[in-house]
Design a protein around this ligand. Sequence first.
Ligand code: ADP
Ligand code: MG
Length: 210
Amino acid sequence: MVVAADMRRFVERFAELIEQNADTLTELDAAIGDADHGINMRRGVRAVLERLGDEPTPGAVLKTVATTLISKVGGASGPLYGTAFLRASAAAGSKESLDDADLAALFSAALEGLRQRGGAQAEDKTMIDAFAPAVGAFETALAQGHPRKDALQAARSAAYAGSDATIDLVARKGRASYLGERSRGHRDPGSFSTALLFDAAASTLSGDGP
Ligand code: ADP
Ligand code: MG
């Protein structure tokens, strides 16, 4: 089961991975955007860590993340991740602990929020291209009877693979779409921060302690 403390560890691990990869995220955005994705995400996760406290439920933790990202992160990614976390928070509701099915519902609600907010489809070269395969892999692994730990690893791998696959795509959403064909050959920065998110989930939400 995932309780509030596990969800806080997930957020802290995500923040750590963003700190470690902020320069990479910004370099990726320099190639096909405006060189601020790492800066935006770092500002966001730092503000989240300042606000994170003694939330009683996983849903409350996710809500703190959502409202902070929406208010602190400029750019497209703030409202997008903010919406994803807000939908995840709503899916978690006021439950004290989340089981596998709850977690699957939470991931899928987050993905739906991203889709609605940004209007991007698969292969538009956005964070959706990491997020959607990760959610799909998680659900498939659970349906096949794999334990949550393995399902989270499958999600993590699918997110990184999805991000890798953005390299060959032409951007159809966001700033990179202004470049048209010239966006091909570069990894989408948001897909990489999404892979970091599922990486953090894999190491903190398996339910077998720190
Ligand atoms: P901005 O583009 O405003 O500078 P960021 O650099 O922080 O914002 O974030 C850029 C990332 O946001 C892109 O790499 C892409 O993954 C994601 N993104 C942009 N527009 C959309 C959209 N409509 N739907 C989903 N993701 C998007
Ligand atoms: Mg940018």
